[in-house]
Each structure stands twice: as C-alpha cells, then as structure tokens.
Design a protein around this ligand. Sequence first.
Ligand SMILES: NC(=O)c1ccc[n+]([C@@H]2O[C@H](COP(=O)([O-])OP(=O)(O)OC[C@H]3O[C@@H](n4cnc5c(N)ncnc54)[C@H](OP(=O)(O)O)[C@@H]3O)[C@@H](O)[C@H]2O)c1
Length: 378
Amino acid sequence: MPTTNTTTSTTTPEPKNAAAWLTAPKTRPFRVAEAPMPVAGPDEVVVRTRAVALNPVDWYIQAMGIIVPAEGYPAVIGCDLAGDVISVGANATATFAPGDRVCGLAGTRGAGANHKSGAFQLYTKVDRAVLAKIPVSVSYAQAAVLPLGLSTAATAMFQKEAMALPLPVIGSTATTAVDAAGKKKVLLVWGGRTSVGSCAIQLAVAAGFDVATTASARNHAYCRSLGAAWAFDYRNPAIEDDIVAALKGRECVGVLDAWSRGSVAQCARVLLKLDENGSVGGGRKWVQTVMPSADMVDEEVPKGVEVGYAYGSTLANNEVGPATWGKWVPEALATGALQCKPDPEVVAQGLDGIQTACDTGAKDWGASSSPKLVVEIV
Ligand SMILES: NC(=O)c1ccc[n+]([C@@H]2O[C@H](COP(=O)([O-])OP(=O)(O)OC[C@H]3O[C@@H](n4cnc5c(N)ncnc54)[C@H](OP(=O)(O)O)[C@@H]3O)[C@@H](O)[C@H]2O)c1
C-alpha cells in the first residue's frame, strides 16, 4: 500500500480581540470592531469574557457623555464580567491560573486608566483585587450580576471613610457587631431589591448584623431569602414609624441607602426617629449613599445626620478589595452564603447585543423588580 506523508499543523491561531466601541461622547450604537489584545500587568489577569451584565452607569455614560473624558474616546466601557482566565500577571499567580472560571469588576485602577479596558470586549484585563473564582455550580450569566453591585456595597459599608463596618466572615461567626445587651446590631439597607442592596444585605449578614430593608411588597420574600430580618414597603406612607417601632430596643449603626435617588432625606429622618427611640446607641447618625459625591444628592437632608458618599470601584485601591473579593466572595460563593442576585435575565448574545441590552435597561430603569440584564458572549 502506498504511504502518503502528510503533516498536520497543530498551531492554534492567536486569539483576536474585538470590542463594542463607544466611538465618541453621546453616540449610539456601539460599534463592534477589532481591539488590541490586552496584556496582563503584574497585578492583572486577562479574562476571556463569557457574560457581561448591564448597569445604569453604562447607559448614562452612553447617553450623557459622563465619566469618560474626551481623550478617552474611542472607549470600551462596561463594569460586570464573568469568563475564563487566559493569562495571569506575576503578582496574581498564587490565586489565579489559566482556565479558572472567574467574575470581576472591569475598568478599575491601572486597568481602567485609558478607558479601553471595560467589560464590553472579548478579552479584558481585570485587577486581581476585584476578581474572584466562581464554582462550577454558578453559571457565567449568574456570576456576571455581582461585580459592580457587590463592589459598591462593600465600598460603602467597609471603607474607612464610609461606614467602616466590620468585614464579612465566612460561616456567620462574626461577633464584632453586637450591642451592649449582646444583641446583634442592625443595619438598615434602603432598597434591598437593587443590585447594590441585594449584595449589601448578604455582606451585612456575613459581617454579623441583623438587616432591616425596604423594597416593594412583592420583593419582601426575596429580601428575606437573602438574609434580611425585616422588610418594609418604601411606598407605605407609615414606613418611617413602622421601622422605628420594629427596631425598638435594638441598636442601628446607620442606613446604607442603596437607591439614593430621592430617598436620602427619608433615610435621615428614619435615623433621627430611631435616635429619639433610643435605637442609635452611642454611634454616629450616618446615612451612607451610593452616590460618588454630594453634588449628586439633590435633596434637603435634615440636620443632625452625616451623609457619606462612595464610588464603587475604589475598593481596588485599599484593603476592602482583597478582604471581600479576595477572601470572602470565592468562599461565600462556594458555600452558598453569597447568592448571585438579582437573577440574570439574558437579553442578547454577542457584542452586537450590548446596544439592545443597554437600550432595554435605559427604558424602564428603577421600575419595580427591574431585571438584571445580561449579554452572553460565546
Ligand atoms: N457609586 C457608585 O459607584 C454606584 C455604582 C453602582 C450603582 N450606583 C447607584 O446605586 C443605585 C442602585 O443601582 P443598582 O444598579 O443596584 O439598581 P437596580 O438594581 O437597577 O435597582 C432596581 C430596583 O430599584 C428599586 N427601587 C426603585 N425606587 C426605589 C426607592 N425609592 N427605594 C428603594 N428601592 C427602590 C426597585 O425595587 P423594588 O423592585 O423592590 O421596587 C428596583 O427593583 C443607583 O442609584 C445607582 O446609580 C452607584
């Protein structure tokens, strides 16, 4: 039999990156085109994106031209991603390896400096301080709902210049949040059904607090399933007195206003009433917003209450990133102490679908039970 000498090439083609580019301020649609292949810096990890979630900031950047400076265009935006690790910077090899399934917050610190490292691309470099492995039981679409919500909640709750609460502990063994009578202190999370609030409830429970929250009545069971002990309807005119009555005899460490759009003054009033009720203990009266600065809170806040501000990505620069993303998140995902909520709603596939998802999100944002929109990037 004649023999033929064939050679088979086993070389894998170099991966090529592509992004949904925001070409100029206030332009739509995103333009899907080639993008440079990211290279991991020492503290970075390159991830092949498999799912991205949408956040209000995405459609605000596109519609209003905020956050990205003129020199940042064309830009790649997007915060929330889940995917597979491709390459790992020298300082991240103890935690991450190629092939790991991860989720994380794109566009922070070094990785965010040029406004071309957002999540809306096939390959994204992510700071190791805001990245975590995900167990096989968690899908990419589920994991993608976490990054900005969790980061904003953690920044607001744990950073020293914000609420400075004790950090979460695996196994709910935290004992640092107990009052003089031996009862758990209480954190009020306003807006427990928001992405930020859903993570805040779970972080607060893990930090040892009892959680009171507000949501539409139909979401009270949802908030309780995340660990809230009390849920109140924010549309009920009697809500302030109802909260005060429920927390009689308990020490409230403050309010995390996870909505912060017209709700800050009300949170402050609740805190003042709790103080009259003897429920603020020796602590300060603190309403922690999720707005980056005072000029974004257009409300007359009653005197006697301090108001805090937070920018959701700053935890990458301090001890809160490693303590939450580095330590608590991977373990809590593995044990089920952290649920990926609100549930993802996959509305499109591929980078071409990001504009559709952005438009859908912008349309009814803030309506009751608004879904967490996800685009799968296969
Ligand atoms: N500082 C930062 O870096 C940063 C980062 C991310 C987000 N944020 C801000 O955080 C806030 C939440 O964002 P998100 O993405 O988490 O929101 P989201 O998940 O889109 O929130 C949707 C939910 O908001 C709830 N809601 C609407 N009006 C409310 C009110 N008056 N009181 C309480 N809850 C209300 C609704 O809950 P029901 O279904 O129960 O009615 C709705 O389901 C926004 O203001 C956003 O701009 C800030």
